[in-house]
Structures are given as structure tokens and as C-alpha cells.
Write a protein of this length. Structure first.
Length: 155
């Protein structure tokens, strides 16, 4: 059964934890957390990181390439994974990242009336190292996440 493996990392934000579980359900695969709450800024990290506000997680979806996860969520899956009423950032840190290794990042800005997700890329190409490029901003429908059968997406 797919589960969130926190690997000893703490994530205090209940919404972020729920989105990680939603990712497990959506991809039918476990999520492996590599970073959560932080009190310091690691080399290459941002001094404004949502990790410092205890509202972020870095992770990989087991058996699914980071780029595939990112593109799937950006193009279609965001409505099935993210809960409305919050602002999020979702970052694909590629193999050329300045942050210490390729990974996906989920952060929650806070609660608001109109939910949205800013999808960013950083370090996907050598020229993109350290450059956060806003790829797209998707608006979320109001309401809560609804579990779907991933096999329906292939139809």
C-alpha cells in the first residue's frame, strides 16, 4: 500500500502532509520525504524558504521520475491532488539544481479564498541552475480533494 515515508523528517503543516498522502493515492506509489521543517538554510537554499515556516516538504514519488510527476500535476493532476482554499508552490529541482540534488518541493503559502498553485522549475538545464522560472499558475476549484481512480486518466 502506498504511504508517505517521512524518513525521520518532521512536517508540521497538516495541509502539506495531506497533499503528500494525496500524491500517494494519485500515483498509487509511496512518497519518500527528503526534507521537511528546517531551522537553518542549507547551501544553495533560500532564506525565504517555506521550510523555515514549517510549511514545506522535499520528496520523490517512488518509481516515478520527478519530471513525470511535475508534468502530470502541472497539466492535469493538480485538481485531484491539491486542496482548494490554499496557495502553493510546486518546484521541480532538476539535476542541475543548486540545492544539493534533484527533487520535488511542495510548499504552502497560506490559506486564501482563491486557491492556486505556482509551478516552478529550477536546474532542469545547466543554464537554469539557481534560476526559478515560473512555468504556470493554475487555479484550484473551491472545495476539497476528491480521490479518483488513476486508470480513468488513461481513457
Amino acid at each position: 500500500m502506498a504511504a508517505v515515508n517521512f524518513n525521520g523528517r518532521q512536517i508540521s503543516d497538516a495541509v502539506v502532509k495531506q497533499i503528500l498522502q494525496n500524491l500517494c493515492d494519485y500515483f498509487q506509489a509511496s512518497v519518500n520525504v527528503t526534507s521537511g521543517n528546517r531551522t537553518t538554510v542549507p547551501e544553495g537554499g533560500s532564506p525565504d524558504s517555506l521550510h523555515l515556516s514549517n510549511r514545506a516538504a522535499d520528496f520523490h514519488v517512488e518509481g516515478v521520475d520527478d519530471g513525470t510527476v511535475y508534468l502530470n500535476l502541472r497539466n492535469l493532476g493538480f485538481k485531484q491532488v491539491f486542496t482548494g482554499g490554499h496557495g502553493y508552490e510546486f518546484i521541480w529541482h532538476g539535476i542541475h539544481t543548486k540545492t544539493g540534488g534533484a527533487h520535488l518541493h511542495l510548499g504552502r503559502y497560506g490559506s486564501n479564498q482563491s486557491g492556486y498553485i505556482n509551478f516552478y522549475q529550477e536546474g532542469i538545464t545547466p543554464e537554469g541552475k539557481g534560476k526559478y522560472s515560473l512555468d504556470i499558475k493554475n487555479t484550484l476549484p473551491n472545495g476539497v480533494y476528491q480521490k479518483i481512480d488513476i486508470s480513468d486518466l488513461a481513457k
